[in-house]
Design a protein around this ligand. Structure first.
Ligand SMILES: C[S@@+](CC[C@H](N)C(=O)[O-])C[C@H]1O[C@@H](n2cnc3c(N)ncnc32)[C@H](O)[C@@H]1O
Length: 216
């Protein structure tokens, strides 16, 4: 591992807004009370990378709490550093495998989920790794409070179609969907927040897909 990565790894250990692996489990069911010291709703950004959605949503919505989730500590470092430097009190990060979410959050503890430019896992053999595979959706359903929404933004047309198919097959409620967000009626301040990966795709004129759905 490079020196910079190692430095970031050891630095996030000292950040008050980052929880890692086992340390995060004690927060299950109590994130608002124990970390944020309030009773505000909690929003997750899954596959957050550097956490642009979590950071920008936290600034836009101070009355909600935001937690970015990713396995890569050197990426989380970027968002967490911004949170510390700018004193963003309603922002935290959790470094875990998304597969293990149920070990870290209680039933109905989450108000909304964002999945931002997740790895599309195009090979059929890796379907179970797609963050909108039914196994993941079943976990989100447990974690979300009634009516809680899932938002998926992706450059990947295959992951978008796959997600739309699963939403239909499983009888979920689709609220908004478009294969070209920035040409659609849905483009607004929130949906125009751009992540690191999104900026790269936009440079190549890639269309950005978006779907918002909930569980009946
Ligand atoms: C393509 S990057 C997108 C990062 C960021 N959302 C963006 O748009 O710039 C995908 C991210 O998902 C994370 N990731 C993928 N699968 C994961 C999993 N099962 N658990 C935790 N993190 C995962 C990777 O570590 C990576 O940071």
């Amino acid at each position: 591992m490079g020196k910079d990565k190692l430095r970031k790894f050891s630095e996030i250990d000292t950040f008050p807004n980052v929880y890692q692996l086992e340390l995060g489990k004690v927060m299950k069911g109590n994130w608002a009370k124990d970390h944020f010291k309030n009773t505000h709703p909690i929003v997750l950004e899954l596959a957050c990378g550097k956490g642009e959605y979590a950071v920008n949503l936290a600034k836009l919505f101070p009355e909600k709490n935001f937690i970015g989730v990713d396995l890569k500590g050197n990426r989380i470092w970027r968002g967490a550093r911004t949170g510390v430097d700018e004193g963003i009190a309603n922002l935290a990060f959790l470094r875990i495998q998304i597969e293990d979410l149920l070990d870290y959050f209680g039933a109905a503890e989450i108000d909304e989920i964002w999945i931002t430019f997740a790895d599309p896992q195009p090979q059929l053999s890796r379907e179970k790794k797609r963050l909108t595979f039914p196994g993941f959706l079943a976990k989100y359903k447990i974690l979300l409070s009634p009516g809680g929404k899932v938002n998926l933004k992706t450059d990947n047309d295959g992951l978008y179609s796959y997600t739309c198919e699963k939403v239909d097959e499983l009888g979920l409620v689709s609220h908004k969907k478009t294969a070209d967000l920035y040409k659609s009626e849905f483009a607004n301040e929130v949906l125009s927040i751009k992540t690191h990966y999104e900026r790269i795709y936009l440079k190549h004129n890639k269309n950005i897909n978006y779907i918002q759905f909930s569980f009946p």
